[in-house]
Ligand binder design. Structure first.
Ligand code: CO
Length: 514
């Protein structure tokens, strides 16, 4: 009886996951293959599928099954994996059930219009034309928080969508720590001679722009695929395609898709984003395929997901050992300009710290400050402490305080990111959490594998990949993000590992003294 109920439950759950896969496939196709004229009809198909998925999920039939398996769980009749499945499905179910259908439809409608309005407003640099939409979206997101419920801040209810269990007050503490380290650290770096002016091994001057050149598309593609393969991306269980925005998606742990984009003058524009997406993909390919159709074959949270992309992109892909291995081949493949640039100089140029107005163009040191700024702003907007019309001014004040830069236009300021127009409030913090988790996990991996970096220098990444897989990927959503962090690193998430990592790396690059 017991196993029969649980089986009925997972059978229906499996159907939901089949629909999710179809949904993801359509979304991938929309971004990679769809001809321009297909967009209208595709929108209708996607909307139909989304409705179908929602109906099946919150149906009476599914609710009853969920109730009975929850009862079994409360009676202690399920094993711990089954129990985790029930817990995770129930969490999503209650959230979905709390949102009235007309609210979901209104939000979808407003954000779809807002996307177009934002695109134009950004192009024309007119914040005031986006303002009415921003106000409506904030209003809707506050309503969403009311429907979902929260204890302290309505922001918690939104954050929970992307980072289950995280609270604004905890993020506040972590981000304040981070800011108190980063702002003076950045000033210290800026006061030293930039790598362009310090003595270089080759005697000349080097700047990030010395890494620019002319890089044929086909050669860039070959190079990117070679690196992806070396890191362990499984091409028999995945593909790399081209799209406007790089992303990773999966239909199943054995079919994981990533995309990249190219700039003919900047090799690293594509390469670093490819490595980033490979990190996401290795997570997806590392999930236990045998559990497909349950949360046990899904990623924990956006923060944990981002930790996997960041660790490959930054701790590995921007490290000296990594380039010790790949640089000679890079020099052979692209003798212009790399033939004349020495490895150490290349490494320092690749890691130059330059505060930027634009989040997506920023380096490891300044990136998190962009996130802190957005978090502080969006939290106040959601809590009703800041009026949307005053947001650009607050944005610019904070830019000055944290980066010493003031955007001349809103296009380089508050209008730069797509997130708010899409209703993604509570999403930004996951980027910084990913960076923090990546540093903390990486420290643990190095601790249990002291020779890790000398392996990278020999082009060997299998041990590190296996460490990530056994410690993180194979668990799916069995643990929460904070449980996993404690289990692997022995400590709750904190900024120390990240700030230690930056201090060590950039003290060496910029020859900082204490
Ligand atoms: Co990412």
């Amino acid at each position: 009886m017991l196993q029969v109920k649980y089986r009925e439950f997972t059978t229906l759950l499996f159907e939901l996951y089949q629909l999710k896969s179809v949904f993801a496939l359509l979304d991938w196709d929309t971004q990679v293959n769809m001809p321009e004229k297909g967009s209208q009809r595709r929108g209708e198909t996607v909307a139909y599928l989304a409705g179908l998925l929602h109906h099946k999920f919150v149906s009476r039939e599914f609710e009853n099954l969920l109730k009975s398996v929850r009862k079994l769980n409360q009676e202690g009749k399920l094993d711990e994996k089954q129990s985790a499945v029930v817990r995770e499905v129930y969490r999503e179910f209650t959230r979905e059930k709390k949102l009235p259908e007309n609210f979901v439809r209104e939000l979808a409608q407003v954000t779809s219009q807002a996307h177009q309005v934002w695109t134009r407003a950004r192009k024309e640099n007119k914040f005031h034309s986006f303002l009415p939409y921003l106000e409506r979206i904030i209003d809707l997101k506050r309503r969403e928080a009311e429907y979902v419920g929260y204890r302290q801040s309505p922001y918690d209810a939104l954050l929970d969508t992307y980072e289950p269990g995280a609270k604004a007050t905890e993020i506040d503490i972590i981000f304040t720590d981070l800011k108190e380290f980063l702002v003076p650290f950045l000033k210290k770096i800026q006061k030293t001679k930039s790598p362009s002016k310090t003595r270089l091994a080759s005697g000349g001057k080097i700047q990030i722009k010395s890494l620019k050149g002319n890089f044929l598309l086909e050669k860039q593609k070959e190079w990117g695929r070679m690196v992806a393969r070396a890191l362990g991306f499984d091409f028999t269980a995945g593909r790399i395609d081209q799209a406007v925005h790089p992303f990773a998606t999966n239909f199943h742990p054995e079919d994981v898709r990533i995309t990249t984009r190219f700039n003919l003058h900047d090799l690293f524009y594509s390469l670093m984003s490819t490595i980033h997406e490979v990190g996401h993909a290795l997570y997806e390919q590392g999930l236990p395929a045998e559990n497909f159709g349950t949360p046990l074959a899904e990623s924990i949270s956006l923060g944990i997901h981002e930790s996997q992309s960041r660790v490959w992109e930054n701790q590995v892909g921007r490290s000296l050992p990594f380039w010790k291995y790949f640089y000679p081949a890079l020099q052979r493949k692209f003798p212009k300009p790399f033939g004349k640039i020495k490895l150490e100089d290349f490494y320092r140029a690749l890691n130059s710290v330059r505060p930027s107005l634009i989040r997506t163009e920023s380096d490891e040191v300044t990136y998190n400050l962009h996130i802190v700024l957005r978090f502080e702003l969006e939290k106040e907007l959601i809590e009703g402490k800041l009026d949307a019309r005053d947001a650009p001014e607050v944005w610019n004040q904070k830019m000055k305080e944290y980066f010493g830069l003031v955007p001349k236009t809103d296009r380089e300021g508050i209008l730069q990111d797509v997130h708010w127009s899409a209703g993604l409030f509570g999403y930004f913090p996951t980027y910084a959490l990913g960076n923090l988790y990546s540093a903390q996990f990486y420290a643990a991996a190095k601790h249990s594998n002291p020779g890790l970096e000398s392996q990278f220098a020999r082009g060997k990444f299998a041990k590190f990949r296996a460490w990530l897989k056994t410690n993180i990927h194979i668990h799916g959503r069995f643990y929460s993000a904070s449980q996993l962090c404690k289990k692997i690193t022995g400590k709750p998430l904190n900024t120390k590992y990240f700030t230690d990592y930056l201090t060590l790396k950039y003290s060496q690059i910029y020859k900082l003294s204490d």
